[in-house]
Design a protein around this ligand. Structure first.
Ligand SMILES: [Zn+2]
Length: 243
């Protein structure tokens, strides 16, 4: 069994995972977050001392990963944005007000982005129109799937569903049964979004990553290992920024 908690050292926030089977201490830095694996009995002062001695390496990894996020693999190359893994061509224009319009009735779907002539910061406004569009697409998909999965999992509906842009989490669930999802998921395939939904809904029963939790995830989403691997490999690339 593994016990997991969030720790705040003077240097950085890290997740501490204690396990009975573990004899040594190890660190993993992934997606800009630090996880420390330790034996059950390891004293926190000793762990912190050890972390201080490793802080140079840890900070270097964190820095490298933040650079990775900043040199995003722009999805807007060729003026296209990925929506549920499908490319949509962007068409920029002007109009009486700022709005987006999706034309799906073509071989190549297009998203028309219109700016009112009064807009000063055009890049920022195009960006927020794209975000508004993606937000709506993702929200309606998630709302539909949450309802379906809640029936399958015999789980009451969450108290709320919110969508934000996060740097290093795909979703979250708290004691008040409020779920959040990362807006960047709008570019991921439906199957990956389904995994994040099942993951968060499983947290309604288990607010941890225990074996029982993963068993529940596996029951309703058997290929969860492939999905977590996909997110690790492609997660940093799910960005849309107009350059
Ligand atoms: Zn989780």
């Amino acid at each position: 069994m593994t016990v997991e908690q969030l720790q705040e050292s003077g240097l950085f926030e890290y997740k501490l995972k204690r396990s009975r089977r573990r004899k040594t201490v190890a660190i993993k830095v992934q997606q800009q977050s630090v996880t420390v694996y330790a034996p059950v009995g390891a004293a926190i002062e000793e762990l912190e001392g050890w972390l201080v001695s490793k802080s140079g390496w840890i900070n270097e990894q964190l820095y490298k990963q933040s650079q990775l996020l900043d040199t995003r693999q722009y999805l807007l190359k060729d003026n296209r944005v990925l929506v549920f893994d499908q490319p949509i061509t962007l068409v920029y224009g002007t109009g009486t007000r700022c709005e987006w319009r999706l034309d799906n009735n073509q071989v190549q779907p297009t998203l028309q982005l219109n700016l009112s002539r009064r807009v000063k910061h055009q890049h920022a406004m195009y960006q927020s129109l794209i975000e508004a569009f993606l937000h709506e697409q993702l929200e309606s998909y998630i709302e539909m799937r949450v309802q379906q999965y809640c029936i399958k999992m015999a789980e009451a509906l969450p108290s709320s569903i919110r969508i934000h842009t996060y740097k290093r989490r795909w979703g979250s669930c708290n004691r008040r049964r409020a779920l959040t999802f990362n807006l960047l998921l709008a570019s991921a395939p439906h199957t990956i979004i389904d995994y994040v939904i099942v993951h968060e809904l499983a947290h309604l029963k288990y607010l941890n990553h225990s074996a029982a939790f993963w068993q529940r995830v596996g029951e309703f989403y058997p290929e969860y290992k492939q999905a977590t691997t996909w997110l690790k490999e492609h997660g940093a690339g799910l960005q849309w920024v107009i350059e």
